[in-house]
Unconditional design. Structure first.
Length: 224
């Protein structure tokens, strides 16, 4: 188990994964996304708007535009039609992680160290399973969370191993928005440079989609 986890971390694979039908869908779309230069963040099948299949993805540099969402949707749609993992009709929604993104890789915790996050663990850690605080450390084995409002008699910090984390996401703050703006602009400039494209005025604009859901091209209805 430890060797397998170490191998996954070396490739920066996801350490927080789905279960059940979501895991089945993830196993289908993840390699397809990788082949076209994207990586999977999360899969979620919910009863929203009938039945909605949300595929959350991003490029390796963490960026994701509306055009990227459309490309991903066009690519994975025929694959899902062939594999047919969902028995009922559903809407396919491809989106970016957004600013208050889920944290699913070791690199996510490393990249957003210093920011507030909320976590839920699959096992009890220090007598609790829910944590909210600043990511103070992100090492090879786990993270250290500094509670922003520790209860009376409660430790202000908690060391949480990666394998115990069941769900984690950033909390939207002004500091997070500023940092996300900076990272997004830098990533876009570097991507343009790699492609040999000239710098544009948009490269210096501090604009980014803010909210609990990132860019998406809209819902596509899927049949049985």
């Amino acid at each position: 188990m430890a060797e397998a986890l170490a191998s996954e971390r070396k490739g920066d694979d996801r350490i927080i994964r789905e279960s059940g039908i979501d895991a089945r869908i993830a196993s289908i779309v993840a390699p397809v996304l990788s082949a076209i230069g994207f990586r999977l963040v999360r899969v979620r099948l919910s009863g929203q708007n009938g039945l909605t299949l949300q595929i959350m993805a991003e490029r390796e540099d963490g960026t994701m535009t509306v055009e990227d969402c459309e490309e991903v949707s066009r690519t994975i749609s025929p694959v899902l039609d062939v594999e047919d993992p969902v028995e009922k009709a559903y809407h396919l929604e491809v989106s970016s992680p957004g600013i208050d993104r889920p944290l699913v890789r070791v690199s996510d915790f490393e990249n957003w160290k210093g920011h507030l996050a909320k976590l839920e663990t699959s096992i009890m850690v220090g007598g609790k399973k829910r944590f909210k605080g600043r990511i103070a450390e992100a090492g090879e084995e786990g993270i250290v969370i500094e509670s922003d409002q520790p209860a009376y008699g409660e430790e202000s910090t908690a060391r949480i191993p990666y394998e115990a984390i069941g769900e984690a996401r950033l909390i939207l703050t002004d500091d997070l928005i500023r940092d996300a703006l900076s990272k997004d602009n830098k990533a876009r400039k570097e991507a343009r440079k790699r492609r040999g494209e000239p710098e544009t005025a948009n490269d210096n604009e501090e604009t980014i989609e803010i909210g609990r859901q990132g860019e998406k091209p809209g819902d596509l209805e899927r049949g049985e």
